[in-house]
Write a protein that binds this ligand. Structure first.
Ligand SMILES: Cc1cc2nc3c(=O)[nH]c(=O)nc-3n(C[C@H](O)[C@H](O)[C@H](O)COP(=O)(O)OP(=O)(O)OC[C@H]3O[C@@H](n4cnc5c(N)ncnc54)[C@H](O)[C@@H]3O)c2cc1C
Length: 286
C-alpha cells in the first residue's frame, strides 16, 4: 500500500523477498515497466512505500540494483518499477518474462515530502529516466489534487520517442495537471518545445513563488540548471527537492558507496533539499 506521511519500514531491510512479474510494458527502447507482486501474502500485507522511495531488485547470480518505485497500484497491490537495461543486473532482468520471479529488498530512503507542497503550486520536473520517481509523485499529487493550487509536470528527453509514460499524459491532464514537454532534437511530427528542461521553468507562469514547491529528478547537470531557473523565478531554495541517483550497494548506510558530502544517499536521500546539497553538487568528481 502507498503510505504518504509515514516513512516506517515494516519489511526487513536485510532480507530479499520474492516478487513475481505480473506484467511487462515496453515504454521506450531499452526501458520497461514491470508490475511486481509479492509471492508471500504476509510480506505483501506488511510492505508499504512512499512516492520517491526505492527498492533493491535482486537477480540471483548477478547482484542487486537500486530502482525507484515509479508507482504502486493499490487496488491490485502491484508495485511498478521502470528499468533501463543498463548493465549486469538490469540486462538480466530484461530477459525475464511474466510469471518469472526475482528478489526485492525495500523500501529504502526518504521519498518526496508531498505535504510540504500542500496549499501551493507543485512543479514536478523530470529529465530522461528521472521520470520514474517523478511518476510516483504525480500519482500522489493527483490522488490529493484538491490539496494543491496548481500541479505542473515538466519533462524533457533527447527526442520525442524517448519520452516516458506517453500513454498517461491525457489522464494526468484530465485530472487537472498542466503538462509541458521538451526535447533536445525534434522530429517532423513534434510541435512541442525544443530545448533544455530549465527553459520550461523560465517560461512557466508562477503567480506565487512563496508557496511554490519544485521536485525534480534527472541528470545532475539538468537539476543544477533547473534549480537555478527556479531560484530566478523567486522560489525558495528550501522548496526545491532533488532525487539523487548515485551508485549504491547496501542501501542501508553501511558501505559508504553513495556518500555525498555528509549525506548517505541511500538513507538520507535519494530525495534531498537543494540548499542542503548545493555546495556539494558544485564539486567536480564528488
Ligand atoms: C536511488 C536510485 C534510484 C534509481 N532508480 C532507477 C530506476 O528507476 N530505473 C533505472 O533503470 N535505474 C535506476 N537507478 C540506476 C540503477 O540503479 C543503475 O543503473 C544500476 O547501476 C543498474 O545496475 P546494473 O547492474 O544493471 O548496471 P551496472 O552493471 O551497474 O552498469 C550501469 C552502467 O554503468 C556502466 N558500467 C558498468 N560497469 C562498468 C565499468 N566497469 N566501467 C565503466 N562503466 C561501467 C554500464 O555500461 C552501465 O551504463 C537508480 C539508482 C539509484 C541510486
Amino acid at each position: 500500500m502507498v503510505i504518504e506521511s509515514s516513512r516506517e519500514k515494516a519489511v526487513s531491510p536485510w532480507q530479499s523477498q520474492a516478487v513475481r512479474i505480473v506484467a511487462v510494458k515496453a515504454e521506450i527502447p531499452g526501458v520497461e515497466t514491470y508490475r511486481l507482486k509479492f509471492v508471500d501474502q504476509g510480506v505483501e500485507d506488511a510492505y508499504s512505500i512512499c512516492p520517491g522511495q526505492f527498492n533493491m531488485l535482486y537477480m540471483p547470480g548477478y547482484g542487486e540494483s537500486a530502482i525507484s518505485a515509479s508507482g504502486y497500484d493499490d487496488q491490485n497491490r502491484e508495485l511498478l518499477q521502470t528499468v533501463r537495461a543498463a548493465g549486469n543486473v538490469t540486462r538480466a532482468l530484461s530477459r525475464l518474462n511474466v510469471g518469472d520471479e526475482l528478489g526485492l529488498r525495500g523500501p529504502f530512503g526518504q521519498g518526496w515530502p508531498m505535504e510540504v507542497a500542500w496549499g501551493g503550486h507543485l512543479i514536478l520536473i523530470a529529465g530522461g529516466l528521472g521520470f520514474a520517481p517523478i511518476r510516483s509523485a504525480i500519482e500522489a499529487a493527483i490522488r490529493h489534487r484538491t490539496q494543491f493550487e496548481q500541479i505542473s509536470i515538466l519533462a524533457g528527453a533527447r527526442s520525442p520517442d524517448q519520452l516516458l509514460y506517453q500513454d498517461q499524459y491525457e489522464q494526468w491532464k484530465a485530472a487537472g495537471a498542466e503538462l509541458r514537454l521538451t526535447v533536445d532534437r525534434a522530429t517532423s511530427q513534434w510541435n512541442g518545445n525544443v530545448g533544455i528542461v530549465p527553459l520550461l521553468v523560465d517560461r512557466l507562469k508562477i503567480s506565487n513563488p512563496a508557496t511554490t514547491t519544485v521536485m525534480m529528478c534527472g541528470p545532475e547537470v539538468m537539476m543544477w540548471y533547473t534549480a537555478k531557473s527556479a531560484i530566478e523565478q523567486g522560489i525558495s531554495v528550501e522548496r526545491i527537492w532533488l532525487s539523487m541517483e548515485r551508485n549504491m550497494n547496501c542501501a542501508i548506510g553501511h558501505c559508504g558507496h553513495c556518500q555525498f558530502g555528509p549525506a548517505f544517499i541511500c538513507k538520507d536521500g535519494p530525495v534531498l533539499r537543494y540548499d542542503q546539497i548545493a555546495s556539494y553538487l558544485k564539486i567536480k568528481g564528488l
